[in-house]
Write a protein that binds this ligand. Structure first.
Ligand SMILES: C[S@@+](CC[C@H](N)C(=O)[O-])C[C@H]1O[C@@H](n2cnc3c(N)ncnc32)[C@H](O)[C@@H]1O
Length: 257
């Protein structure tokens, strides 16, 4: 039974980190006149209302996208800010794009997209806003195994679990190894939380050993509430696009202050 709902956390500091890197990679990859495949194992509902009761209950977006906007942390022409402006123009000032809508902003005719979301209500909401790509109401790890290597071969996969299933920490390194063997040219981006109890640490160490060339961008931030276990956000990227290291360093500065 899945209980995680991203609406409580949409636009928070972790989303800012993850979505800024994701938008930058999609902007870079779609700048070339060659088609690509986009795959998401854990898509969420795609569109969030930061004015909703759920989002206001935690107030997490305040320390994320709203603070970044007030501080001018990302230039207006940063890929994430362009995707945000596009979503607000379509859905109103309180709208915030999940990763599927960020990808929708960048993907072109001829690109292909595969989005998995297992939660029935989240899947239904996603179906209401998703573009032309394929949607799956099935386990995202299974979906990724089934569609890789994708056509076209060039592309990006985002793995963004809620880590509600604690076994994810143990199984994800093997999953990424399996996908990278089948799809050795794919960019594989895994998001993980940085937790006070360091639950993510073994997974990240195993990933480092298995993919010594991968890029890791990790940032720290204050917990959303006193005693809250998440104190940072990490992105582990196999086959990072050219220039991602420099972009990650720019984004990390936002969190350093
Ligand atoms: C962190 S949220 C995704 C947020 C989204 N990627 C974004 O950045 O906007 C994780 C989502 O994964 C879904 N989920 C959990 N287990 C899943 C599984 N095994 N396969 C597919 N989706 C799953 C949850 O219902 C939740 O909506």
């Amino acid at each position: 039974m899945l209980s995680y709902q991203h609406i409580y956390h949409a636009g928070n500091a972790a989303d800012l980190h993850k979505h800024a890197l994701l938008a930058w990679m999609l902007d870079y990859l779609t700048a070339k006149d060659k088609p690509l495949s986009y795959i998401e194992t854990h898509a969420g509902r795609g569109l969030y209302d930061l004015g909703s009761v759920e989002a206001r209950k935690t107030g997490e977006a305040e320390a994320g996208i709203f603070r970044a906007e007030r501080a001018g942390s990302l230039a207006n022409n940063h890929p994430l800010m362009r995707a945000l402006a596009w979503v607000r123009a379509g859905y109103g000032d309180q709208a915030y794009p999940g990763s599927p809508l960020i990808s929708q902003y960048f993907l072109r005719d001829g690109d292909s997209s595969h989005l998995a979301e297992l939660h029935p209500a989240e899947h239904e909401a996603l179906a209401g806003v998703a573009g032309d790509g394929k949607l799956y109401r099935r386990d995202g790890f299974e979906m990724a195994r089934a569609v890789t290597p994708p056509m076209p071969r060039r592309g990006l996969m985002l793995v963004d679990p809620s880590y509600e299933v604690k076994a994810d920490y143990a199984t994800i390194p093997g999953f990424l190894r399996e996908i990278s063997r089948k799809w050795n040219v794919g960019t594989l981006a895994l998001w993980y939380p940085v937790l006070t109890d360091k639950r993510q640490q073994n997974m990240v160490e195993t990933l480092r050993e298995g993919f010594p060339e991968a890029l890791i961008s990790q940032v720290g931030f204050a917990p959303a509430r006193p005693g809250h276990g998440m104190i940072g956000s990490g992105m582990f990227v196999v086959n990072p696009p050219w220039g991602l290291a420099e972009e990650a360093a720019r984004i990390e500065v936002i969190f350093a202050g």
